[in-house]
Design a protein around this ligand. Structure first.
Ligand code: FES
Length: 164
């Protein structure tokens, strides 16, 4: 990987945006790549903007490499204010934003982010929505992706590298 890209990834990693579970998200997408073992989950919350249903916030958790985390950080910022259709129209390289072109060996890292986004925005997504907190006490959110990915009934993980 070239030094400039490494530097941009390192800079994105110094202040990653939108990491963590999003309480009361409207949809969730989880994808995995069994070749490299990385997984990424994305939460999306919508809002009404003058009659348009737009993405209010998107967050992520990752068992991913630095590139996947950097792309997820940039992508979750990029899609804010877009409709689901507009977000889905973004190409993989656009999600990587200011990181610029990724080398071939790192393109699948951005595809992991793209896959999680597509899964979250899939109208047929059957992954259960997060439950709203029942009390005023702090929500019992999982603290990390490993915990949140423990097998639960109904969780759907899409493996990007496996054909259906
Ligand atoms: Fe597999 Fe980056 S090395 S997601």
């Amino acid at each position: 990987m070239d030094k400039d890209l490494e530097k941009r990834i390192r800079e994105a990693m110094l202040n990653p945006q939108n990491m963590g579970e999003l309480a009361n998200a409207d949809s969730i997408g989880t994808v995995g790549n069994s070749d490299c073992g990385e997984m990424l989950r994305m939460w999306v919350k919508f809002k009404d903007d003058n009659g348009r249903k737009v993405i209010d916030k998107a967050t992520f958790q990752s068992f991913g490499c630095e590139t996947a985390i950097a792309v997820a950080s940039l992508a979750t910022e990029l899609i804010r204010g877009k409709t689901a259709e507009e977000a889905l129209a973004l190409k993989t390289e656009e999600l990587a934003g200011e990181l610029g072109p990724l080398p071939p060996m790192k393109i699948h890292c951005a595809q992991l982010v793209e896959g999680a986004l597509r899964s979250a925005l899939d109208p047929n997504n059957e992954e259960p929505k997060p439950a709203a907190p029942k009390t005023a006490a702090p929500a019992a959110h999982s603290t990390n992706l490993a915990e949140s990915l423990k097998p639960k009934e109904g969780v759907k993980i899409v493996f990007l590298d496996k054909k259906p």
